[in-house]
Design a protein around this ligand. Structure first.
Ligand code: HEC
Length: 116
């Protein structure tokens, strides 16, 4: 009797845990697909790739460099809109002023989320 009740409790608990894990997985996969689509639509991928260096550094290596920096999101979203030079190499990044502040922030969040 007691074990039956316990058993049901466990099942419920696991079902809830399982569902929330599933949901978290789907949500983060969705967020990363959105980030990539946004980067594509803002023509970032003309110069950047997620994994490999192109004209600009890979988004993965940017994520790695700024990992753990408290103001990384602000820094990167400003860097996206204003461009920059000398932080990665000889080639400068032109200002991406066509990107709204909000989209720059979403792109920065997405890039930061790529860190392994
Ligand atoms: C014309 C090529 C080009 C385009 C288009 C471009 N980038 Fe860049 N990006 C670069 C280069 C080159 C660098 C390295 C600049 C440097 O050395 O400071 C860079 C650097 C960066 C950095 C790192 C900044 C830092 O301070 O470390 C981020 C973040 C970034 N780009 C995001 C983006 C996003 C998002 C877009 C699209 C809205 C974009 N870039 C479009 C060439 C480009």
């Amino acid at each position: 009797m007691r074990t039956a009740v316990l058993g049901r409790g466990w099942r419920q608990c696991c079902a809830i845990l399982g569902l929330s894990l599933l949901y978290a997985g789907v949500a983060s996969a969705q967020a990363s697909a959105d980030g990539l689509a946004l980067a594509k639509s803002k023509t970032c991928l003309g110069c950047h790739q997620v994994e490999a260096k192109r004209v600009g550094p890979s988004f993965n290596s940017i994520a790695q460099r700024y990992a753990g920096q408290a103001n990384a999101e602000q820094l990167l979203s400003a860097a996206i809109r204003q461009g920059g030079k000398g932080r990665w190499g000889a080639v400068p990044m032109p200002a991406q002023s066509q990107v709204s502040e909000q989209d720059a922030q979403r792109l920065a969040q997405w890039i930061i989320s790529l860190r392994p």
